[in-house]
Design a protein around this ligand. Structure first.
Ligand SMILES: NC(=O)C1=CN([C@@H]2O[C@H](COP(=O)(O)OP(=O)(O)OC[C@H]3O[C@@H](n4cnc5c(N)ncnc54)[C@H](O)[C@@H]3O)[C@@H](O)[C@H]2O)C=CC1
Ligand SMILES: O=C(CO)COP(=O)(O)O
Length: 349
């Protein structure tokens, strides 16, 4: 048949919030097949596989407790099976987990499938930055849109109004994914600037670590506003430095994926929360320990992205690199990821 078949790869906090919307929209719009498959990285919860729990209760009790999926969302522990036959495949995993899955994804995603990445992160190779969407484009030989925005998953899960941004290369596919995600409480904007949208999503997590650190040191709104403002300028600088000819549009930074995501993440995100706890612990615990303790299996992206960005800047020997992204100002003993900390410290006496 000619119905579009939806699949979501990734069932963490945000993957679950997004598939909840996909499930509703698959029932709402005639162009979609009713069933939405959800790849779940299987784990046991009180002796029972998480996939079974999701399929029996329509709820991801571990990563998005309290939010119900429509029953047409089917949790599948086998990746190949989850994406088989899908014509629209969405990816939403912590970015470090994508690469090991690529061989299976390559084998299993149907030729001609349209792909969307909601993964906030970057990768790198010997030449510099590698976009996660490019890994998917090249790996699957597919068109890939991106979805990034001010979307704290737990708030979305209770249908509090928010916006998001889809960046597309193929306008027709951008519109299809918009139809799949747009909902009464989720307003989707579309822009043709995939690179700007994706880099905003990745880089703001670094700024959020700085914001959390500032909170943990007891500084107020003025300091955080300064971090957000400088952080945004440096995100823009990074984008233009690495992608001068990609058509990155200044307006993208004013979309949900830009300034709005930066604000919500610096106030309500997990990167912020863990960095605050890290500052308060005064080096008694590592950020990794705090991550495990507070997030219970959910993953920070800002720490890893800061390391990756730092590596890329060092590799390129970029003397005038955006300073929050570089560790040269870090105070002695600061781990690489704490580079926004250096900015915090440089802003206060
Ligand atoms: N949580 C949020 O509020 C938002 C998150 N995002 C982004 O969405 C992406 C995914 O994040 P979340 O869905 O929140 O995930 P999460 O942070 O809840 O991560 C946990 C997920 O990773 C899976 N996992 C653990 N080990 C794995 C492995 N070895 N291989 C494959 N999967 C494994 C777990 O089963 C679970 O599904 C990230 O890039 C994040 O930045 C974007 C907007 C909002
Ligand atoms: O990306 C997010 C909100 O848009 C969530 O950020 P955290 O991963 O810091 O919770």
């Amino acid at each position: 048949d000619s119905l579009e078949k939806l699949a979501m790869v990734g069932s963490g906090n945000f993957g679950s919030a997004l598939v909840r919307i996909l499930g509703q929209n698959a029932l709402r719009h005639d162009i979609f097949d009713n069933e939405v498959k959800l790849y779940v990285y299987e784990e046991m919860i009180d002796g029972k596989p998480l996939t079974e729990i999701i399929n029996e209760t329509n709820e991801n009790v571990k990563y998005l407790k309290g939010a119900k999926f429509t029953p047409n969302v089917k949790a599948v522990p086998d990746l190949a099976e989850a994406v088989k036959g899908a014509t629209m495949v969405c990816f939403c995993l912590p970015h470090q987990f994508l690469k090991p899955l690529m061989p299976t994804i390559k084998e299993s995603v149907a030729p001609g499938a349209k792909v969307l990445s909601a993964i906030k992160g970057i990768d790198f190779d010997d030449n510099g930055v590698v976009l996660i969407s490019d890994l998917l484009r090249q790996g699957l030989n597919a068109d890939c849109s991106v979805l990034m925005g001010a979307n704290v998953a737990n708030d979305m899960a209770s249908d509090q109004f928010c916006e998001t941004t889809i960046g597309y290369k193929d306008a027709k596919n951008g519109e299809l994914f918009k139809l799949a995600f747009d909902a009464p409480a989720l307003k989707v904007g579309t822009v043709p600037d995939t690179v700007g949208v994706e880099l905003c999503g990745a880089l703001k997590n670094i700024v959020a670590i700085g914001a959390g650190y500032s909170d943990g040191l007891g500084y107020g709104g003025n300091t955080k506003a300064a971090l957000i403002r400088i952080g945004l300028k440096e995100m823009i600088k990074f984008c233009k430095m690495f992608y001068p000819t990609a058509g990155i549009d200044d307006d993208t930074f004013l979309e949900s994926c830009g300034v709005a995501d930066l604000i919500t993440t610096c106030f309500g995100g997990r990167n912020r929360k863990c960095a605050e706890a890290y500052a308060k612990a005064n080096k008694a615990k590592t950020l990794e320990e705090i991550e495990a303790e507070i997030l219970q299996g959910q993953k920070l992206q800002g720490t890893l992205t800061a390391k990756e960005v730092n590596h890329i800047l060092k590799m390129k020997n970029l003397e005038r690199a955006p300073r929050f992204l570089s560790d040269r100002r870090a105070h002695p003993g600061a781990p690489l990821f704490a580079t926004p900390t250096a900015l915090c410290l440089s802003l206060v006496p």
